[in-house]
Design a protein around this ligand. Structure first.
Ligand code: FMN
Length: 268
């Protein structure tokens, strides 16, 4: 049985490890809903302190001049690999599905014989799942119009998720107001499937899944840049709402991050 059903992994997990990881993970959940918008806040820092505390590099010896300069000119750097800055505001519009295929192509196995993919995975567990949702009203080239797709990187296929997709509900779960991000065309949702993540390396699996998702989104950022597309990672959503629209059990599937893709507004 090489293609095991997803719940087969449950046989091999340690229930106490699973419970503790789930409990820890739940502490990082946001409840973003209009019913709570006047009752909750993320922090009490003022703009001045926020500006002081973010965007910094950590200097370990600030009082000593112990640095060595990098001798790379900006001109020289332009020829080297770098991503674009995150998109500030997306303009509405549909993406050609052929571009969506190119976007995820760096994640696929090089050939259908190899289990290896375009990104490394601790212990070759591959616990990170990628879901694709079109966010535009028109999706003429999208297969199974309006459907959410699940990437199968080895088979090089998309599974069509068996859920009724209501675009407005999907947007409400991912793009909770207020936000000023405009209208991204596509959302990639990076989800860790926890039974597959924890059965072998237990607690350490959690960090490996996060690193795997980081390497996946960086490949997508670079590929998006080469396709002339803009991106923004997004964590302002409520896990359970997102799982509900995807038709996934939130105790098994942890949505770690959303990646918006589209076209940048001209004024930026
Ligand atoms: C894991 C992750 C989650 C993020 N979530 C959000 C988010 O919820 N909202 C947002 O406006 N930006 C989000 N960002 C984008 C960061 O704010 C942005 O990367 C950072 O300000 C640096 O800007 P740059 O990407 O343009 O270099 C996220 C970035 C990462 C890596």
């Amino acid at each position: 049985m090489k293609k095991v059903p997803h719940d087969y992994y449950l046989r091999f997990i340690d229930a106490s490890v699973y419970e503790e990881v789930l409990e820890f993970h739940s502490k990082g959940n946001f409840t973003l809903h209009k019913a709570f918008q006047h009752h909750t806040s993320l922090h009490f820092l003022d703009e001045g302190h926020l500006a002081q505390l973010t965007g910094n590099e950590l200097v370990l010896y600030p009082d000593m001049d112990l640095t060595v300069e990098l001798k790379l000119s900006d001109e020289h750097r332009k020829g080297l690999l770098y991503r674009n800055e995150s998109c500030e505001r997306f303009v509405p519009g549909e993406l050609e599905f052929a571009d969506v295929e190119k976007l995820v192509s760096p994640l696929l196995s090089m050939n259908t014989e190899s289990y290896k993919r375009g990104y490394p995975s601790g212990g070759a567990l591959y616990p990170a799942e990628v879901f694709l949702c079109s966010l535009s009203n028109e999706c003429s080239t999208w297969p199974g119009a309006g459907k959410i797709l699940h990437l199968l990187p080895k088979s090089r296929r998309f599974e069509v998720m068996q859920v009724e997709t209501d675009l407005e509900k999907l947007k409400a779960a991912i793009l909770t107001p207020p936000n000023d991000i405009g209208s991204p065309s596509l959302a990639l949702i990076y989800v860790a499937y926890m039974p597959k993540n924890l059965f072998k390396y237990r607690y350490r699996g959690y960090r490996m899944a996060l690193m795997e998702i980081g390497s996946i989104y960086m490949l997508v950022e670079l590929q998006a840049k080469s396709l002339g597309l803009a991106c923004r990672l997004w964590s302002a959503y409520t896990d359970s709402m997102l799982c509900k629209v995807l038709g996934l059990n939130p105790a098994l599937f942890f949505p770690m991050c959303v990646h918006f893709i589209g076209r940048q507004h001209e004024s930026y």
